[in-house]
Design a binder for this molecule. Structure first.
Ligand code: NAD
Ligand code: LMR
Length: 324
């Protein structure tokens, strides 16, 4: 059966790295895919050019492409919605200005999702501030279960995997039990305390506690800023790749492997209920589950609490703006 994937901000740089892989079957394999692409009116002509290129790939799996500036049209009957489009931080903009500008976008899109999408839609928010944007969208779609709204921390997870694999000199594919906790921001906590490679504890292989605290954690947490400094634009191909992996694993499951996803808290690990925070998760039967019962050491708990405090502040600031 044809799967419908809605993508917002489709003419942006992440969109350009995302659409061709979605069309080629990166999430649903051989099943035909219909893309519904949402943009603001000034970006529609550029989006038409991207659609011409999609046509020119003649993908077997691409059943149709629709473009629109109306979120209700984009989300109608969608199986998945990838909310990538967001207002970037402009010069002189304060954090509150960014929350306000994006709050308006994500409340309107949440409302549209609530009006036209099925209750089994999967929503992945990539546009920043991703966790709080997901919370805003979810709040405006009360008939869709909150668990259907998630935010992207898979990019942080992949960044952490790459750093650990390089330092421990093990293949990336052998590393398990890594986790990103908290907000997709510099306050996040990349947690390698339980990571193993081929059954061995990765931190025992590395055997350098200072490296973890002074290099690994800050490198992962500040990688987005480092890429902006180097490229003059934020990460795009790696963000698109992570968005695909997040949705693909949510649809197909993780076979018991941990992945990092920002999902609504039910109070696990002291994270206030309702905040959309990153946790180690597994997916089975199309449902994500937070890995429970882990013993958290004092250092890790303090790092988790600090990032979660930032999420709580974002929620308060958003409430003060009347967006929740
Ligand atoms: P971009 O500026 O190239 O593209 C954003 C697109 O969104 C633009 O084409 C714009 O017209 C569109 N847009 C703006 N408002 C919209 C609306 N109301 N409806 C539909 N489309 C709208 O930006 P990008 O590089 O593609 O990044 C997109 C977002 O992803 C940014 O917020 C960025 O910070 C974020 N990001 C998140 C992660 C992550 O890991 N969560 C990683 C990288 C980037
Ligand atoms: C990233 O992690 O690469 C982005 O979220 C950075 C940004 O601010 O766009």
């Amino acid at each position: 059966m044809t799967k419908t994937i809605a993508v917002t901000g489709a003419a942006g740089q992440i969109g350009y790295a995302l659409l061709f892989r979605l069309a080629a079957g990166a999430v649903y394999g051989d099943e035909p895919v219909r893309l519904r692409l949402l943009e603001i009116p000034p970006a529609l002509p550029a989006l038409e050019g991207v659609v011409m290129e999609l046509d020119d790939c003649a993908f077997n799996t691409l059943a149709a492409v629709d473009i629109t500036d109306d979120p209700r049209t984009a989300f109608d009957g969608a199986d998945a919605a990838l909310l990538v489009g967001a207002r970037p931080r402009a010069k002189g903009m304060e954090r509150a200005d960014l929350l306000e500008a994006n709050g308006a976008i994500f409340s309107a899109q949440g409302k549209a999702l609530g009006e036209v999408a099925g209750s089994d839609i999967r929503v992945v928010v990539t546009g920043n501030p991703a966790n709080t944007n997901a919370l805003i969208a979810s709040t405006h779609a009360p008939d869709i279960p909150a668990a259907r709204f998630t935010a992207l921390t898979r990019l942080d997870h992949n960044r952490a995997l790459a750093q650990l694999a390089a330092r421990a000199q093990v293949p990336v594919s052998t590393i398990e039990h890594l986790a990103i906790w908290g907000n997709h921001s510099a306050s996040q906590y990349p947690d390698a305390t339980r990571a193993t490679a081929g059954g061995r504890r990765v931190l025992d292989i590395i055997d350098d506690e200072a490296w973890v605290r002074e290099h690994f954690i800050p490198t992962v947490a500040q990688r987005g800023a480092a890429i902006i400094a180097a490229r003059g634009a934020s990460s795009a191909a790696s963000a698109a790749n992570a968005t695909i992996e997040h949705l693909r694993d949510w649809v197909h499951g993780t076979s018991g492997q941990w992945v990092s996803m920002a999902v609504p808290s039910n109070g696990e690990y002291g994270v206030p209920e309702g905040l959309i925070s990153s946790f180690p998760c597994t997916v089975a039967g199309g449902e994500h589950r937070i890995v429970e019962g882990l013993e958290i050491d004092t250092f890790s708990q303090a790092r988790i609490d600090a990032s979660v405090a930032e999420l709580a502040e974002e929620r308060e600031a958003t409430r003060a703006l009347g967006l929740l």
